[in-house]
Write a protein that binds this ligand. Structure first.
Ligand code: 26W
Length: 831
């Protein structure tokens, strides 16, 4: 019987028959059974990783029932399905969240304790799948969580990178990138699907021919073909029985060993195809904005897009005779332009492989795709050079040309403005020609959205203004959100307990319920418990960081936190200027007794982004001086938390009191860390940028420390010849701070080390740090004063959390479902 064929029909598996007990004894029994049978180990010789994997299998076996139930219900229903295409999924560690969703955490903790195993140790041991860079990748993971919790049939399609985002080590204050060998100890949460494989063509040329029905057709003759295998990871919904799946593709060679080459002793050629093919999904590109334009990146994008679409077509044709109606079965969301090749790929499949006419194929395509833009930064907008595109995707280039020809004809008819047509064109004709992926995504999608109100407005006014003029109806805003399950319940048990005790347990699935905390802000007893929960988390973070990095922290200081990717527009170096100002204030006695603070930084810099790496060095150099200066060390401490990732984030957000969201107005599309801080009762100091604006709208101006120029003011300042050096000259405090920095005071007298940072600030200051310095300092002084009044601070903290309901990813996803995907929930439980 061919391997992939299903055996003749058999009674449906009743996973319930395999129902595995959730009690302590059942867990203990199965844990030991897994240790013996799956790992061939017994406790005396078992390693921590053996224990971790034995537990992981014990937990995984208990969620499989939901997964199979769900798959059967969706199959039965032929449900309309959301396919979320993303080059990144930053899902974080899985054990803790699966225990939470299965309601097994405490039973497992007892079962492990009875075997002298500490569950916390195993949770810390888990290697997280770092299959993303930052905001975009984590958003995809939060959205997968909400889609399952809202019972929406969903498949997340992405890439199973062998090496994820690099591990960050710090050597003498400098970032060191270490390969992320996340799979070296195995990954118990994924299920390899050997029975599913798709062939992906690359390179080569096309040939025209006339088919049997006399129609002109095109054949793609590839230079090489790689095979796509997939690994499925279950995505549980919270408080429901639904379990969706994340299907990640891995590239392998069609022929993994060339025996002929081996026979003639050419061992390298014998395995060459294998190496070249596997390279495709070898590593995640660690860039968070600047686009690399590397051929492997283009091949990676096409590989996972083609596998994903072939997979959707395979599933669709299990019931349908042709691709007609494909758009009724699937709503495909493009997570930025990285998967935008899906548009010409669906056209290719429909026309070249499934005999549809161009018109039929285009109708299906435009009704199937939605496109989300996550950045306004010009350097992040993908535009592939034509020769490169042609070399890798000769057939797709033809299709892109045809899409463009028909599109410009239509647009010319409506707009009659040649210069606008040139901007709308999918092909940038200036200099070396490029394929504009954002334009392709806009033309091939029926819906285009930004990720925060300001961002969507700026999209309409700037980078996509021509498309907005043409198709205003396609545009909508979908403000980001984050899952309160991972970023409150899992990360912050002390606060979760207090909230549930106060308002019941509905809030994790209905976050607007938190509003019922507001009246309790006036209750001194509740405030005390709230402050205690925060303090408990601060002590826990201090202990965690001292255990891992040997730093000694005082949990009675104000925990001031900035954690996110390092980037000039996020202005970590503005935060450092404030630290230097505080330091000088203490040293000079101008501000002898400031509110004692611990300033935390965390974040990775793209390996090729040298200025961002210099900012990391700057933070460490200032920390070195400030933390060892007897005059300041009890009042001010600076800490850089290495290797910031989802697991570290779960320790940081609950302990934070001040959330630094200080990007130049108009640069941060949304931000999502800002929402995680707010939910956990941190107050925000921030600019009117991205979702900060909506957070401030929700919490009220008096519960938000605002500073800085608005987007319009930034624009006007730059339009009217903004001169950062003049600002420097005019502001004594700014001058002292900058002068101390360029004096070499923080670099052992080496004036040159930070000159690139100082020079850029005084000459260009692209991100308006000089302009915003004074108001930032003023806002920080307001923070210090506010923190002196603990009752007031705690009241503000409660209000911030109470008014964070809007920022649940459930709200975001519900909007996508209602306004873009038009998809309904499927309640697996009552199927
Ligand atoms: C091609 C290199 C590259 C890689 C990633 C370019 C751009 C990206 C992402 C779009 C960058 C990103 O993560 N953007 C962030 O997306 C978040 C989720 O919407 C937003 O909250 C952040 O503001 C935005 O910077």
């Amino acid at each position: 019987m061919p391997s992939t064929e299903r055996p003749p029909s058999h009674p449906p598996l009743d996973p319930k028959a395999a129902h595995l007990g959730t009690g302590v004894e059942a867990i203990k029994r199965d844990f030991l059974a897994n240790l013996y049978t799956r790992l061939a180990k017994f406790p005396a010789v078992a390693t921590r990783n053996d224990y971790y994997r034995a537990l992981a299998y014990t937990v995984r076996d208990r969620l499989l029932a939901r997964w199979i139930d769900t798959a059967q219900a969706y199959f039965h229903d032929a449900s309309r399905t959301v396919a979320y295409l993303s080059a990144e999924f930053l899902i974080g560690p899985q054990l803790g969240s699966n225990l939470l969703y299965l309601g097994m955490t405490e039973d497992v903790r007892k079962a492990m304790a009875s075997l002298d195993v500490d569950l916390e140790e195993l949770l810390e041991h888990e290697e997280e799948p770092g299959l993303g860079n930052g905001g975009l990748g984590r958003l995809a993971a939060c959205y997968m969580d909400s889609l399952a919790t809202l019972q929406i049939p969903t498949i997340g399609y992405g890439i199973r990178y062998e090496f994820g985002i690099f591990d960050q080590q710090i050597r003498d204050g400098w970032q060191l990138e270490v390969t992320d060998k996340w799979l070296r100890l195995g990954n118990p949460w994924e299920i390899p699907r050997y029975d599913i494989e798709h062939m992906v063509k690359l390179g080569g040329h096309t040939e025209g021919y006339t088919d049997a029905r006399g129609r002109y057709r095109v054949r793609w003759v590839p230079e090489r073909v790689v095979k796509g295998h997939c690994y499925d990871t279950p995505v549980l919904g919270y408080g429901v029985k639904n379990a969706n799946m994340l299907r990640l593709w891995e590239a392998t060679a069609c022929e993994s060993f060339d025996f002929q080459a081996f026979n003639v002793g050419d061992y390298l050629r014998a395995v060459q195809e294998k190496m070249v093919s596997e390279n495709l999904t070898k590593v995640l590109y660690p860039n968070d904005e600047p686009e690399a334009g590397k051929i492997l990146r283009l091949e990676q994008q096409y590989f996972f897009v083609s596998c994903s679409l072939q997979d959707m077509v395979r599933i669709y044709l299990q019931r349908a005779k042709s691709l007609h109606g494909f758009q009724d079965k699937y709503a495909i969301q493009l997570n930025d332009t990285h998967p935008a090749l899906a548009i010409p790929e669906l056209m290719r499949l429909a026309i070249d492989e499934y005999d549809l006419s161009w018109e039929e194929a285009w109708d299906i395509t435009t009704k199937t795709f939605g496109y989300t833009n996550h950045t306004l930064l010009p350097e992040a907008l993908e535009a592939w050079s034509l020769p490169l595109f042609k070399r890798v995707l000769p057939r797709h280039l033809e299709i892109v040309y045809e899409i463009n020809r028909r599109f410009l004809d239509e647009a010319r008819f409506v707009l009659r403005d040649e210069s606008r047509l040139a901007r709308l064109s999918l092909i940038d004709e200036h200099g070396d020609k490029r394929v504009r992926m954002a334009n392709l995504a806009c033309v091939g999608s029926h819906a285009i959205n930004g990720v925060a109100a300001l961002h969507t407005e700026l999209l309409k006014q700037t980078v996509l203004d021509d498309f907005y003029a043409l198709w205003p109806q396609k545009f909508s805003n979908k403000t980001n959100g984050v899952t309160p399950r991972r970023f409150m319940m899992l990360s912050n048990p002390p606060l979760t307990k207090l909230i549930t005790k106060s308002i019941g347990d509905k809030w994790p699935r209905e976050l607007t319920q938190l509003a019922r905390l507001e009246p309790l802000a006036n209750d001194a007893g509740f405030r005390e418990e709230w402050a205690k929960a925060k303090h408990t988390n601060k002590v826990a973070l201090a202990r965690h960081l001292s255990r891992l990095h040997g730093v000694v922290l005082d949990p009675n200081t104000l925990f001031d936190v900035q954690v996110k990717r390092i980037h000039e527009y996020k202005r970590q170096h503005l935060n450092v200027l404030h630290v230097i100002a505080m330091y000088q204030g203490i040293k000079t006695g101008q501000n002898p007794s400031p509110t004692p603070r611990t300033v935390f930084f965390g974040g990775k810099a793209a390996p090729g982004y040298w200025l961002a790496k210099l900012v990391i060095k700057l933070i460490h150099s200032v920390a070195e001086v400030v933390n060892h200066d007897k005059a300041t060390r009890d009042l001010l401490k600076v800490v850089f938390i290495p290797d910031f990732n989802v697991k570290v984030a779960q320790h940081v957000y609950p302990a934070a009191e001040l959330s630094e969201q200080i990007s130049t107005a108009g640069k941060e599309a949304s931000g999502t860390g800002n929402m995680k801080f707010q939910m956990n009762g941190a107050l925000t100091i921030g600019t009117l940028d991205g979702a900060n604006i909506e957070i401030r709208e929700e919490v009220g101006a008096d519960n938000f420390f605002l500073f800085g120029l608005t987007t319009q003011e930034v624009h006007d300042a730059r339009a009217n010849g903004y001169d950062p050096r003049a600002v420097y000259e005019a502001q004594p405090q700014l001058r002292e701070v900058i002068d101390l920095l360029s004096s070499g005071y923080f670099s052992r007298g080496d004036k040159a080390l930070f000159e690139p940072i100082v020079g850029r600030l005084l000459d260009r200051d692209d991100y308006m740090l000089m302009a915003d310095f004074a108001s930032y300092i003023a806002a920080q002084d307001a923070v210090s004063r506010a923190y002196q009044d603990r009752e007031r601070w705690t009241r503000m903290s409660i209000i911030n959390s109470a008014r964070s309901g809007k920022f649940s990813s459930d709200r975001s996803i519900q909007e996508y479902c209602d306004e873009i995907w038009r998809v309904k929930p499927v309640d697996v439980e009552n199927k």
